[in-house]
Design a protein around this ligand. Structure first.
Ligand code: C2E
Ligand code: CA
Ligand code: CA
Ligand code: CA
Length: 279
């Protein structure tokens, strides 16, 4: 899009124009935020159904800009992906995940930390090197870090040998991977075979209406069995009620996350939650 000289801009509808202006504003502030490490991280606990314990958390990016206020990930991530700034967010999250996992390890809490990745991060041929050096920087064992990727990512990765190679290399070095939003795209038997997947996360859109719909219950049961047959951990996302939790544990789900367990919380709150759990 050409920004000056009219033409393209003037032919946009008013709402498109508004959207474009907002996108450009966010982009500009995002560059500032990256320069000043202006993000922070909240952790979404995952509870193991069998043991009742929280042994892993998902790191989620949070950004409150001085000028624009809170920008939610759902708005931030697509813009960051388009501009390529997602790579910097990815590195920031990797750093935070390793740093926090190492701190918890020192405190005697073995908590696995996962973070969300975008395919662009794996298109960078230095991804493996970056991960190695960040792990080393914080003295973080690789098995405490899990990288999440979506079905959309997986479908694209199928055709990109270099991405698969980088994932396999990291996997060999102890990093585990989780397939996020499972069920929303087109789970392909091909990528399930090609990519190193240790965990399937059933999307919250399925979980949210599980109590009302018998068909959906059968579908989720199918997804759980499918995951078990692949020998991966199955996690249900977006669990908000006790009824949902009970049903999912009866169905054999390995772990759950969602507001019923906890909202995204700070690292200190994670520690408190775990202490509470132990008594
Ligand atoms: P996701 O990976 O599926 O993360 C879970 C989202 O669901 C989080 O939203 C979390 O706050 C929300 N959530 C958790 N439990 C519940 C629940 O019980 N009910 C409901 N309704 N929602 C729940 P959030 O933090 O706004 O993130 C949205 C999405 O943005 C994430 O979805 C993820 O795809 C993406 N995202 C977040 N942080 C990052 C990041 O650092 N990098 C990348 N590439 N993507 C990120
Ligand atoms: Ca995720
Ligand atoms: Ca998800
Ligand atoms: Ca999602």
């Amino acid at each position: 899009v050409k920004l000056e000289g009219g033409g393209i801009i003037s032919s946009l509808s008013q709402s498109d124009h508004h959207k474009l202006t907002r996108t450009l504003q966010i982009e500009k502030r995002l560059i500032e935020a990256l320069n000043h490490n202006d993000f922070h991280v909240m952790y979404l606990p995952q509870r193991n159904v069998a043991t009742g314990k929280v042994t892993s958390v998902e790191a989620l990016v949070r950004w409150k800009d001085e000028v624009l206020g809170v920008i939610h990930p759902d708005e931030l991530i697509p813009i960051a992906e388009e501009t390529g700034l997602i790579n910097d967010i990815g590195t920031f999250m990797l750093e935070k995940a390793c740093q926090q996992a190492a701190i918890w390890k020192q405190k005697g809490l073995g908590i696995k930390v996962s973070y969300n990745s975008s395919i662009r991060e794996f298109r960078d041929k230095n991804m493996v090197k970056t991960v190695r050096s960040v792990l080393k920087k914080y003295n973080c064992p690789s098995d405490l870090i899990q990288i999440e990727f979506t079905e959309k990512f997986a479908l694209e990765a199928e055709a990109e040998k270099k991405i698969i190679q980088q994932m396999q290399t990291l996997h060999q070095e102890g990093i585990t991977f989780a397939l996020d939003d499972f069920g929303t795209g087109y789970a392909s038997l091909r990528y399930l075979q090609l990519l190193p997947i240790g965990k399937l996360k059933i999307d919250k859109s399925f979980v949210s209406s599980i109590m009302q719909q018998k068909k959906l219950q059968q579908l989720i049961q199918g997804l759980i069995h499918f995951g078990q047959s692949l020998d991966v951990i199955v996690v249900a996302e977006g669990v908000e009620t006790k009824d949902q939790f009970n049903l999912l544990s009866e169905m054999g789900c390995d772990a759950v996350q969602g507001y019923f367990i906890s909202e995204p919380i700070t690292a200190e709150e994670v520690e408190r939650l775990i202490m509470l759990n132990e008594v």
